[in-house]
Design a protein around this ligand. Structure first.
Ligand code: KG4
Ligand code: ZN
Length: 362
């Protein structure tokens, strides 16, 4: 179990009156719980199932939900202990209700409902992707971090999602663009698998890319000059054809880093182009990036540099809050609670996972 721990001793005095929210996340293969007060993360505990799924080269939903069931009690307990609080101190529970794997979401939701109901607390059902793009607001005790201001353009880029939102408030926003096929993280992972790298492959491509030439292979930038939607399946096929040629020539080991760098350059260029294009089109000067792929060093550097050159402010979530975590869920949940999104009583008992994600366009 990995934990981002922070004792509550140095908690800002100004925050003591703010809501103390327990967040729970179980949408995919990380079981996570966190305690957040006023955007300050008091504890964040993540139990990753990555080793369990690695042998299958991807997440097996049935295994994932079973493992959430086994881990969640310990993870919630550790989050409370690390924060130095008990259930009686909480003012609300926030839980990821979608999108994600149904069987996985249900584990976190039912545990959250159980705690909220037993303690008479409001429950806030949080959208996982909107929680990702809230992550740049998080901070730790005694740490002052500049935060974005609304409205902002958000790039949510993970293993399951690649979307651009115009965010007008916490959890409130419209979709400006999304992938029409694979997510960027999926593209990283599938190309990494092809190249014989471990799962999940994004960070391995990132490491190799630092050693290679991003111009070694001329890979496509799909839909680059067309709208704000993404497509990564063509890039995946192009990378496969290059890799197969290298294998045939027996040069695949020598050129692995060059291919990794070229793949990363193609993905990053499209992500950055479209995020900045969205900001220009909407006349918005603040851009945000979050989600697992926002750990990518190439993406972090190019988005920050190019946003700055275009006179925009750029906020990228801290790497520890990019991958799936519950601090982002608790943080967004606290803001939604202030805006009346908490449910109690019958509505709490009937709270369900989000079944359909309707795409709202600006
Ligand atoms: O947000 P996340 O933890 O889970 C989902 O909601 O999907 O994202 C996981 C994705 C994986 O595809 C993983 O390969 C990718 O994030 N990822 C990276 C890096 N670190 C994680 N992709 C590129 N470069 C990285 N450094
Ligand atoms: Zn995620």
């Amino acid at each position: 179990m990995s934990a981002v721990l922070a004792g509550n001793n140095s908690e800002d005095v100004a925050n003591v009156a703010a809501d103390l929210v327990l967040g729970i996340e179980s949408s995919c293969d990380e079981t996570a719980a966190a305690v957040v007060r006023g955007g300050v993360v008091l504890s964040s505990v993540i139990s990753s199932q990555v080793d369990i799924h690695a042998i299958y080269g991807g997440v097996v939903p049935e295994l994932a939900s079973r493992n959430h069931l086994m881990a969640i009690r310990g993870v919630v307990g550790e989050a409370l202990t690390s924060a130095g609080v008990g259930l009686a101190d909480l003012t609300a529970v926030a839980v990821t209700a979608g999108p994600g794997l149904a069987g996985c979401l249900l584990v976190g939701l039912e545990v959250g409902k159980g705690i909220a109901y037993a303690r008479g607390l409001p429950l806030v059902c949080v959208d996982h992707i909107k929680a990702h793009v809230f992550a740049p607001f998080l901070t730790e005790p005694g740490v002052v971090r500049e935060a974005p201001t609304y409205p902002y353009i958000a790039l949510a880029v993970s293993g399951g999602h690649t979307s651009i939102f115009e965010m007008s408030g916490p959890g409130e926003g419209v979709t400006l663009g999304a992938t029409i096929d694979d997510a960027a993280g999926e593209c990283f992972d599938k190309i990494a698998k092809l190249m014989g790298l471990p799962y999940p492959g994004g960070m391995h491509i990132d490491r190799l890319a630092a050693l290679g030439n991003p111009e070694a292979f001329d890979l496509p930038r799909p839909l680059q000059n067309r709208g704000l939607d993404f497509s990564f399946s063509g890039l995946k096929t192009a990378a496969r054809l290059v890799w197969e040629r290298l294998v045939k020539d027996g040069t695949e080991q020598a050129q692995q880093a060059d291919l990794a760098a070229s793949v990363q350059a193609a993905i990053v260029e499209v992500l950055v182009d479209k995020t900045l294009k969205a900001a220009r089109e909407r006349g918005i000067k603040t851009v945000v990036a979050a989600g697992g792929v926002a750990c990518n060093r190439g993406l972090r550097r190019h988005l920050s540099e190019r946003a700055k050159r275009q006179g925009m402010r750029c906020f990228i979530a801290e790497p520890r809050y990019c991958s799936d975590n519950a601090a982002m869920v608790a943080g967004l949940g606290a803001e939604m609670l202030k805006r009346g999104s908490g449910v109690t009583g019958k509505a709490l008992v009937e709270a369900d996972i989000f079944v359909t994600q309707r795409r709202k366009r600006a």
